[in-house]
Design a protein around this ligand. Structure first.
Ligand code: GLN
Length: 478
């Protein structure tokens, strides 16, 4: 059998259309990898029994032209697939079966993608390490003593361990980009509204976005193009307007406090800026004065939305039910048994900031600061076309290192939350530096680079990302 390692969606599609491989063979290859690796890594919570038969169906019908036809993918456990369990990493929804397809799933189905299984995540997407999953953490494929990042750590690890060709994650404050950087893959958080949220189990609705996770920028682009677009089921969605492509591009390098950031990450930003300069981009340093308030405001606004979104899990409508002596006790017992500690912490925090007397002091004020952060970006985008920054202040950390310190864990979002405050698209991609194989640090752990663009600037991110990826993989071989 041919060597299928290092296959990308692009390459696999060629093999499929040239009839050098069948969708069944391709799917069987990934299922075998999952069987070998998942017991150590815990990227998948469930592997779908019908994956192989779905692939066979496609082979029988004849391999179509669509760019995802016959491509085996992994789906984060908060995106509904009709008839399949969807637990959002929570005990609350352990036995919940989706009664309809999320819009992104409908789109992927009609594009001919194959779903291998559902991937692990922090409960209701709250966390930065998957340690908040009710089903144990996902380990980093590069070092099993470390986290895969989160909350889409399962999807990131599934791609990195070669357990699928691409995956869907969701990003509320960094949950696609940070695990992508910890696992050495590409992850895109789309512009708010670029991808329908219908069928995504809500965490914080004014922040949540579904996005692609893949091995290359090109593959992430293929998945994004298949799932984007306005949807009557999500009134905040919109079609992506064509982005103006320019010849000469200006890239702003974010000025940030280098003290709290790993030295090798600081260096990777400097090197990346140099790479862009050599590629012909104009480089300047930019400042976003109010983004230092992103994390504090994010942890007021998102818990507020969480407390409201998670109110529906009351033992009556969905999921778990624990009976008490009264209706109130039913609610209390159900929610105590169904939700983990972090989820409860956020519900309490959110209820507090929304309560009479505190609403103006916290929630309303954080909304105002969100507006200031938006304006900061707007001003900077008058002078530059895109911004580069770290994704995270460190490489993948050890399992248990931050699990008992919520504030430390919240600081994981320091570089990823700002783009979410301003509803901007942002991509994480592996830093590949000359002499350092595939962008890893001295211990062999991946480092990511973040590129942020103006609203609906996904195309721009892909263009810049592809140039960077191409140039750095050339350097890597030199
Ligand atoms: N780490 C962030 C949080 O815990 C981000 C989560 C996310 O993007 N879903 O809220």
């Amino acid at each position: 059998m041919m060597d299928l390692q290092n296959l990308t969606i692009k390459k696999a599609r060629k093999l499929l259309t040239d009839k050098e491989i069948s969708a069944r063979e391709l799917t069987a290859y990934y299922l075998k990898n999952i069987e070998e690796k998942n017991k150590d890594i815990n990227a998948y919570l469930e592997v779908f029994e019908d994956a192989l038969s779905e692939a066979e169906k496609l082979d029988k019908e004849g391999i179509g032209e669509q760019p995802l036809f016959g491509i085996p993918m992994a789906i984060k456990d908060n995106i509904l697939i009709k008839g399949k369990t969807c637990s959002a990493g929570s005990k609350m929804l352990q036995n919940y079966r989706a009664s309809y397809d999320a819009t992104v799933i409908k789109k992927l189905k009609s594009a001919g993608a194959i779903f291998l299984g559902r991937t692990n995540m922090d409960e209701f997407a709250m966390g930065a390490s998957t340690e908040n999953s009710a089903y144990e953490a996902t380990k980093n494929p590069y070092d099993l003593t470390r986290v895969s990042g989160g909350s889409s750590g399962g999807s990131a690890a599934a791609v990195a361990m070669d357990g699928c060709l691409g995956a869907l994650g969701s990003d509320t404050g960094g949950s696609i980009r940070q695990p992508a950087s910890f696992c050495g893959i590409v992850g895109l958080n789309p512009t708010y509204g670029a991808v329908s949220r219908s069928g995504l189990i809500a965490m914080a609705s004014s922040f949540d976005q579904i996005g692609p996770m893949a091995k290359t920028v090109e593959d992430a682009e293929i998945i994004f193009n298949a799932i984007k677009g306005s949807d009557p089921m999500d009134s905040t969605s919109s079609s992506t307007p064509d982005f103006d492509e320019k010849k000469m591009l200006k890239i702003g390098v974010l000025k940030y406090d280098k003290n709290g950031v790993d030295e090798e990450i600081n260096k990777s930003i400097e090197k990346s800026a140099k790479i862009f300069k050599d590629l012909g981009y104009e480089i300047s340093e930019i400042e976003l004065p109010n983004i230092k308030y992103s994390v504090p405001c994010y942890y007021i606004l998102t818990p507020a939305e969480v407390s409201s979104n998670l109110a529906r899990f009351d033992g009556v409508k969905y999921g778990l039910f624990k009976e008490g002596k009264s209706l109130t006790e039913d609610y209390m017992k159900t929610r105590e048994a169904g939700f983990g500690l972090e989820t409860r912490r956020r519900i309490i925090l959110g209820t507090y900031v929304l309560s009479a007397g505190y609403y103006d002091a916290y929630y309303a004020k954080a909304q105002k600061v969100r507006e200031l952060i938006r304006r900061d970006f707007e001003n900077v985008f008058k002078n530059v076309d895109a911004i580069i920054s770290p994704v995270s202040s460190s490489v993948a950390f050890k399992i248990g290192e931050k699990a008992n310190d919520p504030l430390k864990m919240y600081l994981e979002d320091i570089f990823t939350a700002p783009a979410k405050m301003a509803e901007l698209p942002a991509m994480s991609l592996p830093v590949r530096q000359a002499g350092i194989p595939s962008g890893h640090n001295a211990e062999g752990l991946p480092i990511g680079l973040q590129i942020i663009a103006p609203r609906f600037g996904e195309k721009l991110l892909f263009e810049i990302g592809k140039k960077y990826e191409h140039d750095t993989s050339k350097n890597q071989m030199a």
